[in-house]
Design a protein around this ligand. Structure first.
Ligand code: HEM
Length: 74
C-alpha cells in the first residue's frame, strides 16, 4: 500500500487507475495476475514493480480480479 494508492499514483498507478485502463478488457485479469507474480515495467512509466514469487497463481488471480473491480466513488 506504499506503492499503490487506492485511487491515485504513488510509486505505481492507483488501483482505480488500473481498473479504469482495463475496463471491458476480458484478457486483463490473466495478464495482470502474471505481472503481479513476475513484475512489470514500461506500461505506466519507467519504475519497476518487483516480481513477487511468494504470491501463488491463485492469490495473484484473486488480487487481479480485486484490482479490476475497483469503481469510482459515486
Ligand atoms: C501484491 C501486491 C501488488 C499488486 C496486487 C500489484 C498490482 C499491480 C498491477 C495490477 C499493476 C498494473 C500492471 C499493468 O498495467 O500492466 C501494477 C503496476 C505497478 N506496480 Fe504493482 N502491485 C503490487 C505490489 C507492488 C509493489 C510492492 C510495488 C513497489 C515496490 C509496485 C509498483 C508498481 C509499479 C511501479 C507499477 C507500474 C509498472 C509498469 O509500468 O509496467 N507494485 N501493480
Amino acid at each position: 500500500m506504499r506503492c499503490h494508492g487506492m485511487v491515485t499514483k504513488f510509486v505505481g498507478p492507483g488501483f482505480l487507475q488500473i481498473a479504469d485502463r482495463y475496463r471491458g478488457d476480458p484478457g486483463a485479469a490473466a495478464r495482470l495476475s502474471a505481472k503481479i507474480v513476475q513484475g512489470s515495467v514500461g506500461t505506466w512509466g519507467n519504475v519497476i514493480m518487483p516480481r513477487q514469487p511468494q504470491v501463488s497463481a491463485a492469490e495473484a488471480s484473486a488480487l487481479a480480479e480485486w484490482v479490476l473491480a475497483q469503481q469510482p466513488a459515486p
